[in-house]
Design a protein around this ligand. Structure first.
Ligand code: UT7
Length: 343
């Protein structure tokens, strides 16, 4: 018998971002408040990281709630109905309930019918990872439109007594609708992972160790040591500055775009000095606007790129149709970069 051939699945010729939206928690934490927890100064935090304030979510601003708000704006800008969404991808490392995926609840809240919905864990590269998957789904024919969300409540994983991380993280959600396009709107995603550096940014311990009722594991008594985020700041800093500029250049080359053709540079908002070093390494002309959302938002991991993208569009610093270079990098270590057309 001749082995029957599977009918090829085909989707749109190309994909692009049709809409973007963000949600920023109400509570603002200025550097002055951080100084109640750690021995530091407003000047040190500003000059070393670029951060002046960050937003921290309140009890009502859950991962689901922030995501629904951000997604609602992205859906409205895309001009589609929630029922047209054929996939929901949520990138997060701070949804503290492991199963079910928070994406299923978000899809249900938004009215996305039975669209497949799942979470991915790719830290600060999560939005780029999600974008790559969504692009493949739209072009492969398994979805018409895909909702990609980057959302974090990093305040839940922050040890406010840790001088090297207490000032850096923030909360928020950013969302994008990826859908069909007649022209290429998402360049080849350059992504990767380097597990040999898995301990450079990570939780202090696994949940089972943290909650072990065993003195030999957890020290005297039954005190639970919350698995907060720890980071070897300098190691990550050096890696980001040296290696990520190369990855960003690869994304430009793969898209056939030169730095001077960009309408925006939107790196993960990790540290303003990392952004400035990348600008130098890429020889980005002064005429290209750069996302500097970190000043008021801190480092929101998976949410940082879509949040910064929304801000630049709203502020008129970049406009719909412009080409933007995005790059995310973080715990894993993982990274993802691409040139995209702004919605
Ligand atoms: O989003 C995922 C990816 N994450 C990143 O990309 C973050 C990358 N890393 C960074 O952004 C930076 O490493 C930090 C902002 C976290 C830290 O900045 P740094 O310039 O690397 O500081 P450092 O750790 O090298 O410390 C420099 C000095 C030290 O003092 P001495 O040894 O020079 O006297 C620290 O003790 O600053 C001191 N220091 C502080 N001083 C005031 C460290 N933390 C603080 C603090 N306030 N909070």
């Amino acid at each position: 018998m001749i082995t029957p051939q599977i009918r090829p699945s085909t989707g749109a010729a190309y994909s692009r971002i049709h809409g973007v939206g963000g949600y920023r928690p109400v509570r603002v934490i200025p550097n002055a408040e951080v100084l109640n927890w750690i021995d530091s100064s407003d000047e040190w935090i500003r000059t070393r990281s670029g951060i002046a304030e960050r937003r921290w979510a309140g009890p009502e601003e859950t991962v689901t709630e922030m995501s629904v708000q951000a997604a609602g704006k992205a859906i409205a800008q895309a001009g589609i109905a929630p029922e047209q969404i054929g996939g929901v991808i949520v990138a997060t490392v701070s949804h503290l309930k492991q199963t079910p995926a928070v994406a299923t609840e978000i899809a249900e809240r938004l009215g996305c019918g039975t669209a497949p919905a799942f979470d991915i864990s790719a830290a600060c590269a999560g939005f780029g990872y999600g974008l790559s998957l969504a692009d493949g789904m739209v072009r492969g024919g398994s979805a018409g439109y895909v909702l990609v969300i980057g959302v974090e409540r990093l305040s839940d994983l922050t040890d406010t007594s840790d001088r090297s991380t207490a000032f850096i993280f923030g909360d928020g959600a950013g969302a994008a609708i990826v859908g069909p396009s007649e022209t290429p709107g998402i360049g080849k995603v350059i992504w990767g992972a380097d597990g040999s550096q898995k301990d450079v940014i990570s939780q202090t311990q696994a949940w089972d160790t943290a909650f072990a009722k065993d003195d030999a594991v957890n020290g005297a008594g039954d005190e639970v040591k919350w698995p907060a985020l720890r980071m070897e700041g300098q190691t990550v800093f050096r890696w980001a500055v040296w290696e990520m500029a190369k990855v960003a250049q690869q994304a430009l080359d793969a898209a056939g775009i030169t730095a001077d053709q960009l309408g925006a540079f939107i790196p993960h908002q990790a540290n303003m000095r990392i952004t400035d070093a990348m600008i130098k390494a890429l020889k980005l002309p002064d005429s290209v606007p750069v996302a500097r959302d970190i000043v008021e938002t801190g480092n929101t991991s998976a949410a940082s790129i879509p949040l910064a993208m929304e801000r630049m569009l709203e502020a008129g610093e970049a406009k719909s149709g412009d080409l933007a270079l995005i790059i995310g990098f973080g715990a894993g270590l993982v990274y993802a970069a691409a040139v995209v057309t702004l919605p």
